[in-house]
Write a protein that binds this ligand. Structure first.
Ligand code: SF4
Length: 364
């Protein structure tokens, strides 16, 4: 993905091409290199959906481009609007799989939650998305289209200000394409979104941390959810492969690029990981790590093995962290009434929901 690849009988999607790929494209068509920048801006900064819209490119060149290239992306097949303003977008990919994005408006800020995979292989016990299994990584064009469609649907006078990679899938297991996409997002000639307004959330794929921190300058969030290997492995099977000692080492050496802290996400599960002892174990685990902590009370979905924590237990957990010097914030999931909170949907439910327009599933 990214660079220009050998051309086959299949049309190549311009949304799958990085700037370097556009340079190769220009050369291969006998055009001057500046054409690369022109095409790149049309595709990403202006977000056109057809080559015909590239009005400062000669008709003859547009016709030649159309012989080999197209502009396409996943089809938006459904939208669900929440009482709190959150909008969930459901897309069908070219192979029939379904993914989702979520638009979260708040004041002047409009955040889009982006999916990086169809399904997810990690099977976190509190996440409905994980129960559907892994299907495949998303392509660059499938991620780009989520941003372009969200921008078009964000509402009158609103543009996308923030991006969080917390949708379907584990971003660090689609790292090459993720980094290509981030580079286009932050490029002033691309989407021109500040790296400070982009957050990648991982379940703890330790080997991917250094490269993400070296090749990009975005915010990192880690879904931790337990302070001991035994409990974390139970909740998040990925912990068996990448246990806490290595993960914490990776986090402590993660390049912050002048940022103040990482974000630790902790889903509070009633009777499982929200006791005072759990909070104190978390304080010990996080010692000397520059981080803030988001506490997310679990919203049960049909068939979930966990229950919501009690409000008083959530507050006690937060207070222990705060008294130990950590910034800890209790976060309510957005869009709970439309199942738009993180990890709430799997492909089967997406298909069902598109018919019923109702929601019964909630997750982390
Ligand atoms: S919480 Fe994230 S990493 Fe875990 S199963 Fe769900 S989508 Fe995958």
């Amino acid at each position: 993905m990214g660079g220009l690849k050998p051309f086959s009988a299949i049309m190549m999607n311009l949304r799958d091409i990085t700037y370097e790929g556009f340079l190769d494209l220009a050369v291969s068509m006998g055009e001057k290199p500046y054409r690369a920048g022109q095409l790149y801006r049309w595709v990403y900064a202006r977000g056109v959906s057809s080559i015909d819209e590239m009005t400062d490119i000669s008709l003859a060149l547009r016709e030649r481009l159309k012989e080999k290239y197209c502009i396409t992306g996943p089809s938006l097949v459904d939208t669900f609007s929440s009482e709190d303003g959150t909008v969930k977008l459901v897309y069908e990919l070219s192979d029939g799989l379904r993914i989702q994005s979520v638009i979260m408006p708040e004041g002047k800020r409009t955040t889009v939650c982006v999916s990086t995979q169809a399904g997810c292989a990690l099977g976190c016990g509190f996440c409905l998305t994980g129960t559907g299994g892994y299907k495949r990584n998303l392509t660059l064009s499938e991620m780009v289209t989520q941003i372009l469609s969200a921008g078009a649907l964000a509402g009158e006078g609103r543009s996308i200000t923030n991006i969080v990679f917390m949708g379907m899938g584990e971003p660090l297991l689609n790292l090459d394409t993720l980094i290509e996409f981030i580079n286009i997002l932050v490029d002033p000639a691309g989407f021109a979104i500040s790296h400070n307004r982009i957050t990648v959330s991982t379940a703890g794929i330790t080997p991917g941390l250094q490269r993400l921190g070296t090749d990009t300058n975005v915010n990192l969030a880690v879904s931790l959810n337990a302070a001991t290997d035994s409990l974390r492995s139970e909740l998040m099977p990925v912990n068996r492969k990448y246990p806490l000692s290595g993960l914490m080492e990776g986090l402590r050496s993660y390049p912050l690029h002048g940022k103040k802290h990482l974000t630790i996400e902790y889903v509070l599960l009633g009777g499982v990981n929200e006791s005072a002892d759990d909070a104190r174990a978390l304080v010990r685990l996080l010692a000397s790590l520059k981080c803030k902590i988001n506490l997310i009370p679990f919203n049960p979905f049909a068939g979930a093995a966990f229950k919501s924590p009690r409000d008083e237990d959530v507050e006690r957990f937060r207070d222990i962290l705060m008294k130990s010097g950590y910034m800890a914030v209790i976060r309510k999931s957005r869009g709970a009434d439309i199942g738009a909170a993180c990890g709430q949907l799997k492909a089967r439910d997406l298909a069902r929901l598109s018919k019923e327009k109702t929601l019964e599933a909630e997750g982390c």
